[in-house]
Design a protein. Structure first.
Length: 243
């Protein structure tokens, strides 16, 4: 009888320990989520999650993975949540997020005065998009409206040096533009002093959320409540670290 009681106690301890541990995977996306050289996960979204969970004595783990693999691992139960998804992805959403996907066109600096209307009148204008992501219909429609020839290639990058290489095709004018996230692209362009400009008109803007599978519904309810309790001032204080 004694051993039965000990087993039950250990079982309950394990259940509660699992309930107090939240695991996240994410794709590298400055300033919202990335891994420093020391191996620590950082970023506005990561710091916010650490903040709300640590305040409740809950632990959080973060793993950087390619976008599709991260979603697959959440569906299989390897991780509880994935960051930066929207309704186009096959997961439930915790509809509170600080990441916004601002899609804009990166062009050779010599083409910095182009507008979407001017592009529409060009005889041929190719735009590179990522083959990994399901783009919102509105973004694809904008590209169709300017008669862009779409070229798909992998955007996955494990470092800023990898990100820099993405813009090489603009330096040689092999394509007209690359569809990028505006904030991330501006950081890479400035960091490496690249001869690239971001057109001011957005192709589309889409707020991103935290995704989870049905098996993590209870954790998602708790996480949603914690995030909703965070004030705008607290979020702003975290964002200021990445200005």
């Amino acid at each position: 009888m004694k051993w039965v009681l000990i087993f039950i106690w250990l079982f309950h301890c394990n259940v509660f320990a699992q309930a107090d541990t939240y695991s996240f995977c994410f794709s590298r996306w400055w300033p919202f989520s990335f891994v420093e050289e020391a191996g620590d996960a950082k970023g506005i979204q990561v710091d916010l999650l650490k903040y709300v969970l640590n305040n409740e004595n809950m632990s959080a783990s973060f793993t950087e993975l390619p976008y599709k693999r991260c979603i697959d691992d959440v569906l299989s139960g390897k991780y509880d949540f994935t960051l930066h998804i929207d309704s186009a992805d096959d997961l439930n959403l915790v509809e509170h997020g600080v990441s916004v996907w601002e899609m804009a066109l990166a062009v050779n600096v010599n083409n910095q005065f182009l507008t979407l209307e001017k592009i529409k009148s060009l005889p041929l204008f190719s735009v590179v998009i990522a083959q990994e992501y399901p783009y919102p219909k509105a973004a694809l429609q904008t590209l169709a409206d300017i008669n862009a020839v779409i070229i798909k290639r992998s955007y996955y990058e494990g470092s800023d040096e990898d990100a820099r290489a993405l813009f090489d095709i603009l330096s040689s004018n092999r394509v007209g533009a690359v569809l990028v996230d505006k904030r991330w692209a501006k950081k890479i362009i400035s960091q490496f002093n690249l001869p690239v400009s971001i057109l001011p008109e957005l192709v589309h803007s889409q707020r991103q959320f935290i995704g989870y599978s049905d098996q993590n519904h209870e954790k998602a309810v708790i996480l949603s409540g914690l995030l909703k309790a965070v004030s705008e001032q607290e979020i702003h204080a975290i964002e200021m670290d990445y200005q």
